[in-house]
Design a protein around this ligand. Structure first.
Ligand SMILES: Nc1nc2c(ncn2[C@@H]2O[C@H](COP(=O)(O)OP(=O)(O)OP(=O)(O)O)[C@@H](O)[C@H]2O)c(=O)[nH]1
Length: 383
């Protein structure tokens, strides 16, 4: 039953892989791992078939190692790590050599169990390390990590019992407390691991969708909604720390002409380029957004007018620089508004920055203008 459920989970994971092939990686390996584990469980039942016990045990053990190994590869890829195919193949080769030797040449059940258990635990331990190092601090990740730890402990204990007490303690065909525990773990843990991996993947997807809803799809900078959220946070910080922040309103000059002369696709590439140029001129703590069309807004937290003017000049001259292949020359105009009062809201500061921008347009474009502002009750301006 649990084998069938693991098979069903593989369909769920594979369909998630087909829906988000680039956003969430590794799901296909997890799906392959679950199917292979289900096949492995099926192969064990062939031991009483005409194919014989040796074939059944060798093929089943091989499938189990592949199944767990694919899970490890899936987890590594999920966390953006290079897959350890060398570990995958080494564990498989060593385990098959050990199992084969103690099954065919020198039959020894306990030795077979020990070598298989110790080697396969490497896959679980490797995944635990991945989750510990690269996972986020969220319930789904912790759940996944704890299950991996438990599975590693169960497998290692089986190996140890085989070494210390011989085959009788770990023979799953005879019943004892450890055998029951191991079978329960074997049956349900795989399923639980698949469920927890799906939970981790869903959490990743949630983050991706949240990020997407705040990003401009063309330039990958913030959109109006994402910017409003960031502004609210910076505004709260400004209230607490009595600092200033400055807004730049940046608009491409004669962008309609670029579209008309070079086509809309080139216009789009210019927009991507200007977003990149602006981004390079900023600190990581600054924020850039595209407010539709060819207008970009930059928020410079804890920044006064002097420093903001310096940054705006840097953007202006970086945009003017020739030599970006395949793009027409273009310029931008910039309006600057400094916010020093917490009573001013986003709409008000944007309006002032826009007024300055229109003045820059009127006065010939490719220039910077500073907004006259409300009298600043400023305590600290870090320029
Ligand atoms: N390629 C492209 N063009 C866009 C996009 N959004 C808006 N536009 C174009 O941007 C142009 C804006 O033109 P205007 O508002 O006249 O501004 P402008 O030509 O830059 O003139 P000034 O701002 O006065 O210097 C229009 O032709 C829009 O079609 C977009 O996402 N991609």
């Amino acid at each position: 039953m649990s084998t069938l459920m693991a098979g069903a989970m593989s369909v769920v994971l594979y369909s998630a892989h087909l829906s988000f092939p680039t956003e969430i990686k590794g799901l296909n390996y997890w799906a392959a791992g679950l199917i292979t584990l289900a096949c492995g469980a099926g192969l064990f039942s062939l031991r009483y078939s005409p194919l014989g016990e040796t074939f059944a045990l060798l093929s089943a053990n091989s499938a189990l190692i592949w199944g767990v190994g694919f899970g490890m590869i899936g987890t590594q890829i999920f966390y953006g790590r290079a897959p350890s195919w060398w570990l995958f193949h080494s564990v498989w080769a060593l385990a098959m050599a050990g199992v084969g030797y103690w099954l065919i040449i020198q039959p020894h059940f306990a030795a077979r169990v020990a070598v298989f258990s110790f080697l396969i635990s490497a896959f679980y331990i490797n995944q635990m390390v991945m989750v510990w190092r690269y996972g986020d601090r969220h319930f789904s990740t912790r759940f996944f990590g704890i299950l991996l730890l438990l599975q590693a402990l169960v497998v290692l204990t089986r190996g140890l019992l085989a070494v210390l007490y011989g085959g009788a303690q770990v023979n799953l065909l005879s019943m004892g407390p450890f055998q029951s525990l191991y079978l329960a773990a074997g049956h349900f843990m795989v399923l639980l691991l698949a469920v927890s991996f799906k939970a981790v993947a869903t959490r990743r997807l949630q983050g991706i969708l949240e990020r997407r809803s705040t990003l401009d799809p063309l330039t990958q900078v913030l959109n109006r909604r994402g910017f409003a959220d960031i502004y609210a946070k910076e505004h709260a910080l400004m209230r607490r720390e009595s600092t200033a922040m400055t807004m730049l309103s940046i608009d491409l000059d004669y962008f309609k002409r670029i579209n008309d002369c070079h086509g809309h696709a080139t216009g789009d590439r210019v927009l991507i380029d200007v977003a990149a140029v602006i981004g390079k001129a900023l600190r990581v703590s600054d924020h850039v957004a595209r407010f539709g069309g060819e207008e970009f807004i930059v928020l410079l937290p804890v920044t006064g007018l002097d420093r903001a003017h310096h940054i705006a000049e840097r953007i202006l001259s970086a945009v003017r620089e020739p030599g970006r292949p395949g793009l027409p020359a273009y310029t931008v105009s910039i309006g600057i508004a400094c916010q020093t009062s917490i009573n001013e809201d986003l709409d008000a500061i944007l309006m002032r920055a826009d007024e300055a921008l229109y003045r820059a347009k009127e006065r010939g474009r490719d220039r910077i203008e500073i907004a006259s502002g409300p009298v600043p009750p400023l305590q600290v301006i870090q320029a």
